[in-house]
Design a binder for this molecule. Structure first.
Ligand code: GDP
Length: 138
């Protein structure tokens, strides 16, 4: 797999009823869906997924939030997927995100910011495999 990125529609956006609108933005951005599921992270899953942030002051809050309700996990394919997807989602803080980006449109706050997007090709693969078995990626 190359040119893939991994995303989650986070618990805030699922609870706020934005799954359909966010998948629409992903389709408009010409990303192809390679894997997709509604699921929920356990506290242990969220700790592991975000372990690079373990020393950050918001780690506990992040783990609690990410395991607080259902998420949509997906693997997306496009040329230049990681960078193009980060452009589509916008800055971490929705107050600083560009107009028309997913976070600008749907995020609640810097912590509850609607979507995750991988930050490198290497992490995209690690994150895709964390959430999906080989049989679930097409
Ligand atoms: P991203 O790559 O844009 O998602 O941002 P980071 O890798 O820096 O942070 C990972 C996630 O941690 C973000 O998407 C937010 O959900 C959360 N986060 C980042 N900064 C803060 C913060 O200052 N406060 C809180 N509560 N959460 C944060």
């Amino acid at each position: 797999m190359s040119n893939i990125t991994f995303t989650m529609i986070k618990p805030d956006a699922v609870a706020d009823g934005h799954i359909g609108a966010i998948l629409g933005k992903i389709a408009e951005g010409d990303f192809k869906i390679k894997a997709l599921k509604l699921t929920q992270l356990t506290v242990a899953d969220a700790k592991k997924f975000y372990e690079v942030h373990a020393e950050r002051p918001f780690y506990g809050e992040l783990v609690e939030f990410m395991s607080s309700g259902p998420i949509v996990a997906a693997v997306l394919e496009k040329d230049n997927a990681v960078e193009d997807f980060r452009t589509l989602i916008g800055a971490t803080n929705p107050a600083e995100a560009a107009e028309g980006t997913i976070r600008k449109m749907f995020a609640r706050s810097i912590g509850e910011n609607a979507v995750h997007g991988s930050d490198s090709d290497e992490n995209a693969l690690i994150e895709a495999r964390f959430h999906f078995s080989g049989r679930e990626i097409f």
